[in-house]
Design a protein around this ligand. Structure first.
Ligand SMILES: [Zn+2]
Length: 236
């Protein structure tokens, strides 16, 4: 083969390798949505302005959620952390300071994840049952994150439908949009937020959304039950 013919061949191989390496890791939590099952998750709290009304909305309906807390916010509101645990919700790791985690080294990622656990232990006590679940800020992933998560025996859980969206500005619109997305998936892990930004619309939309989904026959279950059902459906 003439020498100049090698160049496109080598470039093609390099490009293929780049594409393969850049493809995101498979996300088990998103693989299979169990039939008409929903798990509620809240990120970025706690914040009294949003977490407390959300806890009341859940309590009134007998529902349980998973709170992916930021360690820094938990330190500011330890009583709310204790209330979340006392009311039977799962507490999960959303890092200590909510950095651009994908830009950090494995050691720095570990410090963020272990720092979160240390905060929770200081608030809830050494015997507190912490869930193994972890959600990276903004859903971003990297090799360093994957390695740290594996080392610490955590389980990354992303989501199927986000409640907040720039296209919706009234509870009725949030309700319509999220319900449509859930119906298209026949269920899924819902992500809403209870901290960091103004979450007034989320809190105002939640009763309408939950009552609507329950009326349609969806089962709102704790995340561990959802993931077990998802795994069972994947194995079937
Ligand atoms: Zn977040």
């Amino acid at each position: 083969m003439k020498r100049w013919l090698w160049l496109p061949a080598v470039l093609t191989v390099v490009m293929l390798l780049l594409i393969l390496n850049s493809s995101p890791a498979a996300e088990p939590a998103l693989a299979v949505v169990p039939h008409r099952m929903i798990a509620l998750t809240f990120d970025d709290g706690p914040d009294p302005a949003y977490t407390l009304p959300i806890l009341q909305i859940l309590r009134e309906r007998g529902l349980h959620a998973t709170f992916f807390l930021i360690g820094r916010n938990a330190l500011a509101y330890p009583d709310i952390v204790r209330q979340i645990a006392r009311e039977g919700h799962l507490i999960a790791n959303h890092t200590l300071t909510h950095p651009q985690l994908q830009d950090l080294s494995e050691q720095q990622v570990r410090a963020e994840l272990e720092g979160f656990t240390a905060v929770m232990t200081s608030i809830l006590g050494p015997d507190a049952r912490l869930s193994p679940y972890f959600r990276p800020p903004r859903g971003k992933e990297s090799t360093a994150i994957t390695q740290a998560v594996d080392l610490l025996k955590l389980q990354t859980v992303l989501w199927n439908v986000c409640v907040e969206n720039h296209a919706t500005s009234a509870p009725q619109d949030v309700f319509a949009r999220v319900t449509q997305l859930v119906e298209a998936r026949n269920g899924g892990i819902l992500l809403a937020h209870d901290g960091e930004l103004d979450r007034t619309l989320t809190v105002r939309s939640l009763p309408l959304l939950l009552d609507g989904l329950l009326a349609k026959g969806y089962r709102v279950v704790p995340l561990d039950e959802y993931l077990d059902a998802s795994q069972a459906a994947a194995d079937y």
